[in-house]
Design a protein around this ligand. Sequence first.
Ligand code: MN
Length: 254
Amino acid sequence: MRALISNDDGIFSPGLAALERAAAAAGFETFVVAPDREQSASSHALTMHRPLRVVKKAERQWTVDGTPTDCINLALCSVLARTPPDFVFSGINSGPNLGDDVTYSGTVACAFEGTLLGVRSIAFSLDYGPDRIPFDYTLAEDVAREVILYAKEHPPAEDTLWNVNIPHGKAKGIKATRMGRRRYGDNVVEKIDPRGKPYFWIGGVHVDTAVDGSDLMAVSEGYVSLTPLHLDLTNYRALADLAGLEAQMDGRIG
Ligand code: MN
């Protein structure tokens, strides 16, 4: 089986090399198509207003001067069109993608794009250590390999990607979880640049809400978290609340 490996931390990230080794150890032939530089928090952006360059760096390894989504799209539609992968693996991200991080994450966006294009996809992220630097991917690599081995036998459901978050240090086990709640706010830094103009820097401090069974809860308790995500963002309960919309608006619109 073949695996496309990418990330949002760029081609030189040690997490990418760890994931490549994990996939190879799980029996995959690996193909890396990754951004040529850091692209964290690029979400599901696709580059549409300038050309993209693909550079072959080694056998089965290419870089793209674009976003993580560009990498997956180009890989599946062009670079690897003749050797289509069975899976997309993204990561291992330097830092977690928990709760609402998912909506900002380039790591998870790789898995979104893979899923949209019909390839089963898994995103892997490593939580920060005590000094906020997830410097050691050794244990995370072992976790990734085991999850990949499991996925070979029990692949994600159709239109569903797995968002896997790995705690720092040795995990107590793995939990299937739901997406929790995390927001970034109240910590924008405003300063003055050397030319007297103000600049702003969005802080990295987050506010988490405790949700039972969430990804945040599992990782904070020392477990690997695996959240199945789908791309249908519809709130079905809210759809029921709008039952009167069409009748009420009849004759006012259209
Ligand atoms: Mn990243």
